[in-house]
Ligand binder design. Structure first.
Ligand SMILES: C[S@@+](CC[C@H](N)C(=O)[O-])C[C@H]1O[C@@H](n2cnc3c(N)ncnc32)[C@H](O)[C@@H]1O
Length: 357
C-alpha cells in the first residue's frame, strides 16, 4: 500500500494507546506465526500510517512507538501481545460452555479477538471511548453479532446494552492502568450489580514502572542504545509540541525539583538528576498531563494478588490468576524475547486475573 493511501491517526490522548498492542500483535504474528496469528492485526498495521505519530496530539504513544522503533525494541510490544493467547484460551473455554454468550471487549481499541475466537453464535461487544470507536469504525467493519458501544466503561448505562440471557464474559486487556483505584472499585461493584455470575479477565499493570525500569529489562549491551533512543524520541516530540503543552507538562510534575526552563536541554539535565523513584513519578505525571481526555488518568496501583479484589466487593470470587505467558513455549522465542520474558515474570509488574462477579 502506498504511504499516501494509509489511514492517518487522528486520535489523541488515551485512545491513542491502542496503537501499541495492535502493532505488537501484528509483529508477533509475523515473527512467531506458529505461536499466535492475528490476520486482522497484520492487515490493520499495513493500513495505518505508523510513520507519522509524532504529532502533538499523540504525545505518549508517539513517544513510546518512536523509542521502540528507534531503539529496535520490538520485542517489548511483541511480548505483551503474546498475552493475547491467554485471553483467547479463556474466551474459548467459556463459550464452549455458553455458546450463545455475550462477550464484552472493554477498552477494545483495535483489538480483533472476535475474529480469532468466534464460534458463529456468540454476541460480541466492542466498547471504548467515543473517539476510539470512531477511529475503530474507520478501519474495522461491524459484522453480524458484533456491536460497538461508544461509552466509557465507567458509564453504567452500557450495562443495559448487553444481552444477559446466555452468560456474560468480559475482557479488558491493557486497559485498567488508565483508571484510578477508586474508579476500579466502583466499576467492579457495577459489574456485580448488573451481571451476577458474569466473568471478567483482565490485565493490570503496576504504574511504578519508569523508563529506567523498562530499560533494566533489556540486556546490558542494549541499554545504552535504548536510553539514546528514548531521549531522541522524547526530544523529537518535545521540540514539536506547542509551548502551552510544555508548560502544562511541567506544571503537572509533582517531583521535588523541576526543570529550570522548558528547553529540551533543561529537561534533559533535570531528568539526569532524578532518583529511580522520582523518575517513575515524573513519568506518571507526564503521561497524565499528555493524556487529554477526561478519563486520561494512568493511576491504578493494581493489587498484585487476585484475592485483594474480594476485599473490594464480597460478591467477587477468584477463578484464576493466569501466569503472563502460560503455554508460550520459550524455546521457540529469540534469545532477546526469552530474556525479556524472564524479566517480566521476575518483576511481576503485570498480571492477568480471572474473576467472577
Ligand atoms: C492500551 S489500549 C488497549 C486496547 C485493546 N484492549 C488491545 O489490547 O489492543 C487501551 C484502550 O483502553 C481504552 N480506554 C481507556 N480508558 C477507558 C474508559 N474509561 N472506557 C473505555 N475505554 C477506555 C482506550 O481508549 C484504549 O483503546
Amino acid at each position: 500500500m502506498n504511504d499516501h493511501d494509509k489511514v492517518k491517526v487522528t486520535l489523541g490522548g488515551v485512545p491513542a494507546s491502542m496503537l501499541g498492542p495492535l502493532w505488537g500483535r501484528a509483529q508477533v504474528s509475523k515473527e512467531y506465526s506458529s505461536l499466535f496469528y492475528d490476520a486482522k492485526a497484520v492487515e490493520l498495521v499495513e493500513r495505518i500510517d505508523y510513520d507519522d505519530l509524532t504529532t502533538s496530539d499523540l504525545p505518549f504513544t508517539g513517544i513510546m512507538l518512536n523509542i521502540i522503533r528507534k531503539g529496535n525494541l520490538l520485542p517489548m510490544f511483541s511480548l505483551v501481545a503474546l498475552m493475547a493467547k491467554q485471553f483467547d484460551e479463556k474466551i474459548k473455554a467459556y463459550i464452549a460452555e455458553h455458546p450463545r454468550a455475550s462477550v464484552v471487549n472493554l477498552g477494545a481499541g483495535l483489538d480483533a479477538t472476535f475474529y480469532r475466537v468466534d464460534n458463529g453464535t456468540i454476541h460480541w461487544y466492542d466498547l471504548d471511548l467515543p473517539a476510539a470507536i470512531d477511529f475503530r469504525r474507520q478501519l474495522l467493519p461491524e459484522p453480524d453479532r458484533v456491536t460497538s458501544i461508544a461509552k466509557s466503561l465507567l458509564d453504567p448505562s452500557w450495562c443495559k446494552d448487553i444481552n444477559t440471557e446466555d452468560g456474560v464474559f468480559m475482557i479488558a486487556e491493557a486497559v485498567f492502568q488508565f483508571l484510578e483505584e477508586s474508579e476500579m472499585k466502583q466499576f467492579f461493584s457495577m459489574l456485580a450489580d448488573n451481571f451476577p455470575g458474569g466473568e471478567i479477565v483482565f490485565t493490570t499493570m503496576s504504574p511504578d514502572q519508569g523508563f529506567r525500569e523498562w530499560i533494566d529489562m533489556f540486556p546490558p549491551e542494549q541499554r545504552d542504545a535504548m536510553r539514546a533512543a528514548w531521549k531522541e524520541a522524547m526530544k523529537e516530540w518535545w521540540e514539536k509540541v506547542p509551548q502551552d503543552q510544555k508548560d502544562k507538562a511541567i506544571t503537572a510534575l509533582k517531583t521535588p525539583t523541576k526543570p529550570k526552563d522548558t528547553e529540551w536541554s533543561d529537561l534533559e539535565a533535570w531528568w539526569g538528576t532524578l532518583s529511580d523513584e522520582e523518575n517513575a513519578g515524573a513519568l506518571r505525571d507526564l503521561m497524565t498531563a499528555f493524556s487529554n481526555t477526561p478519563s486520561g488518568r494512568v493511576g491504578m496501583r493494581a493489587p498484585k494478588d487476585a484475592n485483594e479484589f474480594i476485599k473490594w466487593d464480597s460478591r467477587i470470587t477468584v477463578i484464576d490468576q493466569v501466569p503472563l505467558f502460560r503455554n508460550v513455549p520459550q524455546d521457540l522465542l529469540s534469545a532477546d524475547m526469552q530474556r525479556l520474558m524472564d524479566r517480566f515474570v521476575e518483576r511481576g509488574g503485570w498480571n492477568i486475573f480471572h474473576l467472577r462477579v
